[in-house]
Design a protein around this ligand. Structure first.
Ligand SMILES: Cc1cc2nc3c(=O)[nH]c(=O)nc-3n(C[C@H](O)[C@H](O)[C@H](O)COP(=O)(O)OP(=O)(O)OC[C@H]3O[C@@H](n4cnc5c(N)ncnc54)[C@H](O)[C@@H]3O)c2cc1C
Length: 390
């Protein structure tokens, strides 16, 4: 052994000694320094509440098919959130206790309320209710803020490109409002795809902000333009993104919009050479037509019916295989906790005791869970009679 190696060993031993010494000190003072467990749980409850109570303080008609519901807290202030996060809204519609996630469209820089901006879906259940029947003064439970679709300065670059489709603009308007309110040092480029100009949500505000002396650039892309439309037309494909963004190096891309948009935008970004770690995508709920998703067993058309048995309950009920199991359960008065309703967060995790379900690629079930028969009912589709344990 050389002298240098010996001195390295002595140095390492010294460091180890320091660590052990600090541990002993920490242990002897532990009683005095202990943080009250109640304080910790109160703080955690404040930062990450399971539920918060909210009341509709104002309804703002944004477009013909879109409304913003301004929610005010009724039992103490709302938990803090990051621009881009969502809440889950719990409500009862036609006797069915259910929930849907909605992005917070207001920015954290404007405290005291949170906005959700809801677009009516054709044949939608909750969105139709929120557009048609919800009114000022109505009260709901909402979840604490959730999700990871925000600008993270520790890992993202400060040059951001937002690819929005339809109501997928909601997280971006929150991020943009927050960044401009707080003078954040980030460059933002919103590329907003809409079917027709009348469907553009926050149109006036976005146009106004785009003209301002700030770090925001906006491009609107219309896929079904009227005859006299002067602006950019098409889909958010490779050609459009390349022409609007130019050099992709150093940029972080964020995608939020309808299911169909993700495939197109992702392959476009792949074509342009954007590395995977520079692409973020928001969760998107169950696909509009599960039978069209890759891997769906061709022998099922989606209308086939199966029986569901919940362990410990007497009755079996009939469900359609093309509908997410969570929705079928709720319709049959079986409510389980849920948050993202997109197969990812795992809050609705349930054990499948018998039978088979189809889970599309978006369902991120842990491998060990799969091995022991756990499923995420929000993105599971029965393929046979099944028995589950809640
Ligand atoms: C993280 C996140 C953020 C979101 N943010 C917004 C937002 O800001 N604004 C907004 O407008 N929306 C947002 N959504 C979508 C929203 O949660 C709802 O999915 C949307 O409002 C439609 O709900 P609905 O009850 O009207 O439609 P549903 O009736 O739930 O239909 C939604 C989809 O669920 C499936 N489905 C449900 N019921 C059936 C059935 N009986 N048979 C077959 N399939 C069925 C279908 O695939 C259908 O396309 C967000 C979703 C997620 C995951």
């Amino acid at each position: 052994m050389e002298l240098k190696d010996v001195s390295d060993v002595i140095y390492d031993l010294g460091q180890a000694g320091l660590v052990i010494g600090r541990k002993i000190l920490a242990r002897s003072f532990a009683d005095e320094r202990r943080v009250e467990p109640e304080l910790v749980s109160r703080l955690m409850g404040r930062l990450h509440p399971g539920r918060m109570q909210a009341e509709i303080a104002e309804v703002i008609q944004e477009t013909e098919s879109t409304r913003t519901l301004r929610l005010a807290p009724t039992d103490g202030p709302f938990a803090p959130f990051r621009a881009g996060q969502f809440i889950n809204l719990f409500l009862t519609v036609d006797g069915v206790a259910t929930s849907r996630p909605y992005t917070i469209s207001s920015p954290p820089s404007r405290p005291g309320y949170i906005d959700i901006t809801v677009r009516g879906m054709p044949d939608g259940f909750v969105s139709a209710y929120l557009l048609g029947q919800a009114k000022t003064g109505d009260r709901f439970d909402i979840s604490g803020p959730a999700g990871f679709f925000y600008h993270e300065p520790l890992s993202d670059t400060n040059d951001l490109v937002f690819l929005a489709g339809g109501s997928g603009v909601t997280p971006f308007i929150s991020i943009i409002r927050d960044a401009l309110d707080m003078n954040r040092d980030i460059a933002m480029h919103l590329i907003y795809g809409s079917r027709i100009p009348e469907d553009i949500i926050f149109a006036e505000e976005i146009a106004g902000l785009a003209c301002g002396d700030n770090n925001l650039k906006v491009d609107i892309v219309i896929s079904e333009p009227p005859e006299d439309y002067q602006g950019m037309c098409g889909m958010l494909d490779t050609g459009v993104i390349r022409s609007l963004v130019g050099e992709v190096r150093g940029k972080t891309f964020y995608m939020c919009g309808p299911h169909a948009m993700y495939g197109l935008c992702q392959s476009s970004l792949d074509n342009l050479g954007v590395p995977p770690e520079r692409v973020k995508r928001e969760l998107s709920g169950p696909p509009p037509d599960i039978t069209a998703v890759e891997g769906w067993p061709e022998k099922f058309k989606g209308n086939e019916q199966f029986k569901v048995k919940v362990e410990g309950k007497r009755n079996r009920f009939t469900v359609r295989c093309g509908e997410p199991l969570l929705n079928s359960l709720e319709r049959n008065k079986v409510t389980i906790d849920s948050l993202c309703r997109s197969g990812e967060c795992g809050l609705c995790r349930t054990r499948l005791l018998e039978g088979e379900v189809y889970m599309p690629p978006g369902a991120t079930v842990r491998r060990s869970d799969l091995a022991f028969g756990y499923i995420h009912p929000c993105l599971s589709y029965p393929m046979s009679d099944i028995t589950i344990r809640l």
